[in-house]
Design a protein around this ligand. Sequence first.
Ligand code: RP5
Length: 290
Amino acid sequence: MKASGLLRMAIAQTHAKCRGDYSGGVTRFPVPDDKVSWSVNWPEYKPVDYTAPAVERGSARTDTDFRKIKPDVAPRFNEIDGKVDRRSYCGTYTIETNGVPRNPVGRTGMVGRGLLRRWGPNHAADPIVTRWKRDSSGTVMKMADKPILEFVAIKRRDCGEWAIPGGMVEPGDTVSGTLKKEFGEEAMNSLEASPEQKKRIEEQINQLFSQGQEVYAGYVDDPRNTDNAWIETTAVNFHDETGEAFGKVKLCAGDDAGAVAWKELHFSLQLYANHINFIKKVIELRNAAF
Ligand code: RP5
């Protein structure tokens, strides 16, 4: 297989869940690995056109469907558009003749926005909070002579899969602010805390999240992606070397998390989207067992 063919196959593997089942009972047009790339001419491609009713209804947090109604001002793609960052980590993305952005990785079998609020990149933030796994005496446990890592995982209510407690960056918010907000809401249930509890949670998070290391910034193989709307994220590792910092944190699932737990990192872990790829980067960073 030529190099370009190998590259296309490799790209297809980072773009697999976004060609699978779509929640809400919508079925994508099937896209095989060798037809993902836009550079492959495919006249038979007939993607399904779907935008969730809640997204279609629109709100301050969603774009309008300018394929149907001409907006006063079209979105300024590939740049910061008011409070919305429409730039992509993948570089300048193509705008189709009908004005909609084109997924920079390839075909998904669906056009429209699906469940995503923005045309083009929908930016998210993923806090990967880690500590070493310890036995009852407090000794770090090892496998094949490497220390074992644990991370705070949430069980998503929408699909029941374990995931990093990430969330979308709202207009005007920063990535770092979103990392703290999402961890507080999903892993510490700050939304249901009393004012004094919320203050305590915020103090704990500000201290815990003071030192982070970015491990990934780019496209997410999210099952909600379409040919015109996709998720990109910034994943940051916050590691508690001594176990003292996060040890005092009471984990409590909240918001769109059905459960929260410290999960041991190992090769057979099944996670949402391509979160396992971000976790593997933390494993490498911390030279941990896997
Ligand atoms: C994933 O979806 C991101 O990596 C992030 O974890 C999450 C953001 O979407 P919501 O959890 O807000 O639905 O693609």
